[in-house]
Design a protein around this ligand. Structure first.
Ligand code: ADP
Ligand code: ZN
Ligand code: ZN
Length: 826
């Protein structure tokens, strides 16, 4: 357009920095028509720093306070971030009181944060054949022959053009250049080499001549050719994979390369997807909902029509998943995308299979344990016009994906606290964020749980959310029978075997005799194994955190669960030089070890952070258990959630008290949820299961509620408490942490900052106080809590807090103190 020439366009660029603003850059003339919101650009920030940012908006207003610099280069030929994503990021930064740049950092897979300092070099295998290159590509390749290595900014200079990424990508695809460091580890399409015969040799005479030649002078090539003809003869296209050929020849690759050099065989490099593919076998219409399920399904559709989020409150094993599947089908029929959020990836293994049975390859999976390349691939697939995935199953970070037509969000196990991200910022709750995300698309939201969060149920009671209920297990299997093992009493009577009550041991024996499987749950909190000196009581502690180190037998070391610091096991006590160091407490590893002695014939498996470091270990632990290869599964929190096994006769909770006694206003609710959830793994299909909970407080109310499945009574009693003591959902909380590496500075800063906040917040501000763990990674911490009653503006309070924070930081002594916000902390 003509007008472009006399207008200057400015771009607001979001940088990956913890700053609460975007920055204005000038768009070079001629590029104004190319550049759109959501593209990545390279800009200079400060004197020397170069960053990749995202264009947040475009306008014509030059900045008032500074001269805008030019955008250095544009990395994309189309937007990689959608408008709705930008809106979502803005909302998240505002609501959770962090920088939009921090949200952007969390949202983009790091494979997409291609930096302009990225350097490219000639591909080591490049043979100098320039014929395949166009003029500009040639210029770059030639410059690389001279300079060996170039940054993208330099390439931009050589070509005198701002958009260089498409060209670099083409060169990478042609195997002419490779990117050093970042690009190398970051996204690179996965490729396969295929071989086919040059058309000349379809002529029999030519082939005969070739054979003669090879027979005389190149026997290895002859061997390779014969094998090739055999393998390629097996398919229509008369081709074969280079790796297959090489494998068939026991690695005789010189033979293959010889044939390629002679152009007898032609090599073609093809991009392949890293994502697995599946075919679907069943249709959701085949699911026959029972009466209660049908009623719930109908009710949900009604409420969802009103655009209200709906809670599906269904006891464990009631068939919530079957209802989700029906709802997913409806969304797909409307041509919309579905996001299925799960709190933990331990669960995804089973859910993925259940959904793939119906929806096949439309199901994509996204979570942080996937490697970067897989993540970028999912991102790009979603952005593509006819993307493969219509259903994304993912943990919390999948709320950041570039949906284009989201129609339904399911938040399964919505009560779960792992929807919350703690560190780093944005400290968001994916369940609550999903509601906002859905609103941007006018999409429906379903939250499901057997033990809904108080906040969620409160929204139901307030009429903000709809409700559908499933009160019976599918197939009318009864909820499990729950028994409490009174540890005090058993100890008195001398019936305990180490940490195990006779009730538990006997129930285990019974279950094993009946060929039933067992799940044992040992929560981590406060019950891990530590070392203690028997003479002076010394306990090894982390050098940078105020916690004791946890003993890990498998790895033979002590480890800090806050910062990852590890230490070898000392022979002697460093304090008294004594040699009697003893293990105290018991973790999952110890449980497994001790039970192995009592049940020598049983096959054990353990599921905790240590045994599930990589993505596939979950799958194998779970599938071994599903297939009955394992008798007893011992685990932490991970085993409590949503898993659906057929043959679990017994669930044992080794220590309920550490949960119940945990000093937090949510511990009653949490204990109920955890105990009800883990109990829910017992006897789901065939017959009624049994649960044994070990405790020293057998009459504690929470245990009674769990035993009698009285969620509603638990809810009512807890809501009353929360109201009385001014906690959510009646009051809203912001937890503020002040951090500094010097303890005194941290304290002084927290008091000063607290004083400032108190001027207007008054006694809505509590603290500063020492948190449970006062020092983590050598940073001392103090905490303040803001409690807000209903009716005052949450927004205004946050704004005030941020203003105070800015003022507080004006004082140079306070600059080094870090202030972190957790809005709606869990
Ligand atoms: P929840 O998620 O509520 O704990 P699930 O969806 O896992 O319960 O259902 C428990 C079991 O019952 C699953 O194995 C599921 O396949 C089965 N089930 C539930 N509803 C149906 C149905 N309508 N038809 C067939 N099987 C069902
Ligand atoms: Zn000692
Ligand atoms: Zn530590």
């Amino acid at each position: 357009m003509m007008a472009d020439h006399d207008r200057t366009i400015f771009a607001e660029v979001l940088l990956p920095l913890p700053l609460r603003a975007t920055f204005t850059y000038r768009v070079p003339r001629g590029l104004a028509s190319v550049l759109v919101k959501g593209m990545r650009v390279v800009v200079q920030f400060g004197r020397r720093k170069i960053y990749t940012g995202i264009v947040h908006s475009l306008h014509e207003n030059p900045p008032q306070e500074y001269e805008a610099k030019y955008i250095l280069s544009i990395l994309d030929d189309s937007a990689v971030v959608t408008e709705n994503q930008l809106k979502f990021w803005d909302w998240m930064a505002g609501y959770y009181m962090c920088a939009a740049g921090e949200v952007m950092n969390a949202a983009l897979p790091s494979g997409m944060k291609l930096a302009s300092e990225t350097k490219i070099l000639l591909h080591p295998d490049f043979d100098g054949d320039y014929t395949q290159l166009n003029d500009k590509e040639f210029l770059v390749a030639e410059a690389l022959e001279v300079n060996q290595i170039l940054t993208l900014t330099e390439v931009s200079g050589i070509l005198d053009q701002v958009t260089v990424m498409p060209l670099i990508k083409a060169l990478i695809m042609k195997n002419v250049v490779i990117a050093e460091e970042e690009l190398k580890e970051k996204y690179k399409p996965k490729t396969e080499s295929w071989l086919r015969l040059h058309a000349d040799y379809e002529d029999e005479e030519k082939m005969r001549v070739l054979f003669d030649q090879l027979e005389k002078r190149a026997f290895r090539q002859l061997e390779a050719l014969m094998k090739f003809l055999q393998l390629s003869g097996q398919n229509e296209a008369k081709e074969c994979k280079k790796t297959d050929l090489s494998a068939a020849l026991d690695g005789n690759s010189p033979g293959i390369s010889g044939l390629i050099k002679k152009e007898v065989l032609l090599e073609e490099v093809r991009e392949v997807s890293r994502l697995e593919r599946f075919d679907n076998k069943a249709h959701p219409d085949e699911i026959q909902l029972n009466e209660e399920q049908s009623a719930a399904f109908a009710k949900m559709q009604e409420v969802l029509e009103e655009k209200k989020p709906t809670l599906l409150h269904g006891v464990t094993g009631s068939g919530k998943t079957e209802i989700y599947i029906k709802l997913i089908q409806q969304a797909l029929d409307r041509g919309q995308q579905v996001l299925y959020l799960l709190p933990e990836i331990a669960l995804t293994a089973q859910i993925i299979n259940r959904l793939r049975k119906f929806f096949g390859e439309q199901v994509g999976v996204y979570h942080s344990r996937y490697n970067e390349m897989e993540r970028v691939e999912i991102w790009n697939t979603l952005l593509a016009p006819d993307g493969l995935f219509n259903i994304i199953i993912g943990a919390r970070s999948s709320v950041f994906l570039p949906f284009t037509n989201l129609g339904l969000v399911i938040v399964d196990e919505e009560h779960d606290s792992s929807f919350r991200q703690h560190d780093p910022a944005p400290r968001y709750n994916a369940r609550d964020s999903a509601v906002v995300l859905a609103k941007l698309f006018d999409a429906k939201v379903v939250m499901g749980s057997a033990t809904p969060a108080l906040e969620t149920y409160f929204n139901v009671l307030a009429g903000k959310y709809g409700l559908a209920t499933l009160s019976k297990r599918y197939g009318d299997v009864h909820l499990p029978e729950i028994q409490i093992a009174d540890l005090k009493e058993e100890q008195k009577q001398g019936k305990m075997h180490s940490h195990f009550s006779s009730l538990l041991i006997n129930s285990m024996k019974e279950a094993l005799e009946q060929k039933q499987q067992i799940i044992l749950f040992q929560n981590r909190r406060g019950f891990s194994l530590r070392l203690e000196c028997q003479s002076c009581g010394w306990v090894p502690e982390c050098k940078s955190c105020d916690v004791s180190l946890v003993y890990h037998k498998g790895r033979g070391h002590l480890r800090c669960h806050y910062c990852g610091y590890t230490k070898n096991i000392p022979d002697r006590c460093p304090k008294c030089n004594g040699t009697s160091l003893k293990m105290m407490g018991f973790g999952t590893e110890k449980v497994e070890e001790e039970l192995q002695i009592i049940f020598p014939d049983a096959v054990f498996a353990r599921m905790d952070l240590d045994t599930t470091r990589n993505k596939n270990s979950y799958y194998s632990i779970i599938s071994d258990f599903e297939e009955g290869k394992t008798d007893i599964l011992v685990g932490t929190q991970m085993v409590t959630k949503g898993l659906d096994f057929d043959n679990v006769g017994l669930v044992g909770v080794l220590n309920a008290d550490s949960m119940i006694n945990y000093p937090d206003f949510r511990s009653f609710e949490r204990s109920y949820q955890m105990l009800a959830q883990v109990s829910g793994r017992a006897g789901r299909k065939k017959k009624r299961g049994k649960v044994v909970i070990q405790s020293r407080k057998p009459y504690h109310a929470v245990l009674r509620y769990v035993m009698e499945n009285r969620y509603n009574d638990m809810l009512q009693s807890q809501l009353q408490e929360r109201q009385r003591f001014h906690y959510p959902p009646y009051f809203r909380l912001i937890l503020i942490t002040v951090r500094h590496k010097d303890q005194e500075v941290a304290q002084a800063a927290a008091y000063e900052y607290g004083q400032m906040l108190r001027t207007r917040l008054g006694d809505r501000l509590l603290g500063p106080e020492y948190p449970l763990v006062g020092r983590v990674r050598n940073q001392y911490r103090m905490q303040l809590m803001v409690k807000m009653e209903q009716g005052i503006s949450f927004k205004a309070v946050k704004k005030y807090i941020l203003e105070c924070t800015d003022n507080f930081k004006l004082n140079s002594e306070n600059k080094a103190a870090q202030i972190l916000f957790e809005v709606d902390p869990l």
